[in-house]
Design a protein around this ligand. Structure first.
Ligand code: NA7
Length: 590
């Protein structure tokens, strides 16, 4: 048997008369010669050929990197394939000027290693994209993960082989991978959405999507620029472009309740405090409902007198990032009157910042309350409209008619541009999973099974797709994403380890448990506090997409509770079965 260089650690117990990886990968249906934890004779990462691994991770974002780390630490052979030319996922693709965290840097990064936490000094409370990308590259090198990462490799198809119990995954670099377990860490904001505007392809200038930003710098200086979209990405980009471009025209369909991010450098004494409080920080982040460090408030709006409320709102306005949601009055999202007061406060701020009253009015939302859409956090956004080179077009009054070779035509005429930036969002939640050619038992397509929206158990598995997991996908988070996604990765790797220890190779969730979790998500989505149906969390920004809730409406505590129950019950909710009869016994026990 020709054995190629193993990319994982060499397994001394692997006898040479065992079926080779090429045979296994070439025809898993006839040759199920590998079980999890047993031989994983795989090829070097980067080689466009065939590999066999215990765990194949798709996506080198923050979740995928962690899944690779955990899988390897648990003794599984693992490979990660990533479509991008670098690691980082969202933080690789969204490299537009102004892109940055709006969760505190040290709450978003990894917590599995105190050494890592100690040695990486985030420069700002809310790091910008270049620093985030550097951090993720550092993690990959620090834990020697790069040797198991293949970049520039987009998954084209993932087929479950009923007979062998393995996944056969084909990648667009010409390679194929056979894996026992397939972990799609493909992200929720990874398929950019371009609006279906007539003539878009024919524009003769430059055009970019914030979520597909090129590595080479885009030069705005002296150019006429359009930014379409005023979600979190658009409002981060606008002040940066405004400072450089000859002119900037912002096309807004829906105004958002933007409040200041209140970023700042992390001082040496703060760095020292972060280090010394690592255990407490990790504990809070690993247990809090939101996955943030912010301390919840203990008062409701009308517990305070008008004057006290004003002082509190001022304090909130000046507080960092999401604390405006997590540390606000307890009834902010439950009592419309309470919410209206906060909105009135923000509206007054907008009017006080934006000099042109008509522009100010257009920037104030009139169709949703605070928290019904994902709130963006800004630095210099409203101020940008005071520059003479910046103007705002309200698409509700003058909708886009089309894009011509020279610019954007709205109901009130054509404006000419050198650059158009589409900050128009993503096919959230399910976009990437449904484009990966996933076929489960009996060839059933994931897009068929989810034709009416995703059905999941804990946002990690769907029935009929054994050994297929999707942490950080639909029904996953409702707070600081990496914390939820990390909980799911931990759960999955622990489950895989349990299965291996007990001689199981096939893991498939009970459809009844899936139905229950999905119904719970749907029920919660109609209750306060929830995002409105107009938000992309219901998929409504994508024409034809089923209107189903895509987050975990019950929150993290419910996830914890369910996980504890499942573990306590020895994972019985998952159908666990041994590998096909001719497969090897797992060689390693956890
Ligand atoms: P978002 O938040 O989905 O924002 C997309 C923006 O693009 C939003 O203002 C949309 O207006 C606008 N949009 C979408 N389609 C159109 C069309 N056809 N015409 C005009 N305007 C349009 O995406 P972001 O990238 O800003 O943020 C995504 C996430 O990244 C964010 O939530 C954070 O988690 C980080 P609409 O509101 O739909 O009227």
């Amino acid at each position: 048997m020709r054995r190629q260089e193993a990319h994982g650690e060499r397994r001394p117990e692997m006898a040479t008369d065992e079926p080779g990886p090429e045979a296994s990968a070439g025809a898993p249906g006839q040759d199920a010669g590998v079980v999890p934890g047993a031989d994983a004779g795989v090829v070097a990462a980067g080689a466009p050929t065939t590999a066999v691994v215990d765990v194949l991770v798709v996506g080198a974002g923050i979740t995928g990197i962690y899944a690779l780390y955990r899988a390897r630490e648990a003794g599984f052979s693992a490979l990660l394939v990533e479509a991008g030319a670098g690691v980082g996922g969202t933080w690789f693709w969204n490299r537009y000027p102004g892109a940055r965290f709006d969760s505190e840097s040290y709450t978003y990064g990894y917590l599995f290693s105190e050494e890592l936490f100690d040695e990486w000094e985030w420069q700002e409370h809310f790091a910008g994209q270049p620093e985030i990308e550097r951090y993720l590259n550092h993690v990959v090198d620090r834990f020697d993960l790069r040797r198991d990462i293949r970049l520039g490799a987009r998954v084209r198809a993932a087929l479950y082989d009923d007979r062998a119990g393995t996944w056969r995954v084909t990648v667009d670099d010409g390679s194929a991978v056979t894996a026992w377990f397939l972990i799609a860490a493909t992200g929720v904001l990874s398929v950019p959405h371009f609006p279906d505007v007539p003539g878009r392809e024919g524009f003769q200038g430059e055009q970019h999507h914030t979520g597909l930003w090129p590595s080479e710098p885009v030069h705005f200086a002296g150019r006429r620029v359009a930014v379409v979209g005023t979600g979190s990405s658009g409002v981060q980009l606008v002040p940066v472009v405004a400072a450089e471009a000859a002119s900037l025209t912002v096309y807004q369909r829906t105004a958002n309740w933007c409040t200041p991010l209140n970023n700042a450098p992390i001082t040496p004494s703060e760095q020292a405090r972060l280090r010394s409080e690592f255990d407490a920080i990790r504990h809070t982040l690993n247990t809090s409902a939101s996955g943030f460090l912010h301390v919840p408030h203990d008062r409701a709006t009308f517990d305070d007198a008008a004057e006290e409320r004003l002082a509190f709102y001022e304090k909130m306005w000046n507080s960092p990032g999401f604390s405006k949601l997590t540390s606000h009055y307890t009834d902010l999202l439950f009592d419309p009157a309470a919410n209206d007061e906060w909105c009135a406060f923000i509206a007054a701020k907008v009017r006080s910042i934006v000099e042109d009253p008509a522009t100010a009015e257009r920037l104030i939302p009139n169709d949703h309350r605070y928290g019904e859409h994902r709130p963006p956090f800004v630095a210099g956004y409203y101020e940008a409209y005071n520059r003479p080179n910046v103007s705002l077009v309200d698409l509700k009054q003058t909708p886009i008619v089309g894009v011509t070779e020279r610019g954007i035509e709205t109901a009130d005429g054509l404006r000419q541009f050198d650059i158009i930036v589409w900050a128009t969002g993503f096919d959230f939640g399910t976009g990437a999973l449904l484009r990966m050619g996933v076929r489960g038992r009996r060839g059933v397509a994931l897009e068929e099974r989810w034709a009416d929206g995703p059905r999941t158990f804990l946002g990690v598995q769907t029935a009929g797709f054994p050994n297929f997991f999707f942490p950080g996908g639909p029904h996953a988070a409702a707070g600081n994403n990496p914390r939820y996604n990390g909980d799911q990765v931990d759960f999955i790797i622990d489950l895989l380890t349990f299965a291996r220890r007990n001689g199981y190779a096939t893991i498939e969730v009970d459809p009844a448990a899936e139905a229950e979790w999905t119904a719970m998500v749907d029920r919660g989505a109609t209750r306060s506090p929830s995002f409105s149906e107009a938000s992309y969390y219901f998929g409504t920004n994508i024409p034809g997409k089923p209107r189903r809730y895509l987050l975990n409406s019950a929150g993290r505590r419910k996830l914890f509770k369910e996980i504890a129950k499942v573990v306590q019950d020895n994972y019985k909710v998952f159908g666990l079965s041994p590998a096909p009869a001719d497969a090897l016994t797992p060689s390693r026990q956890a």
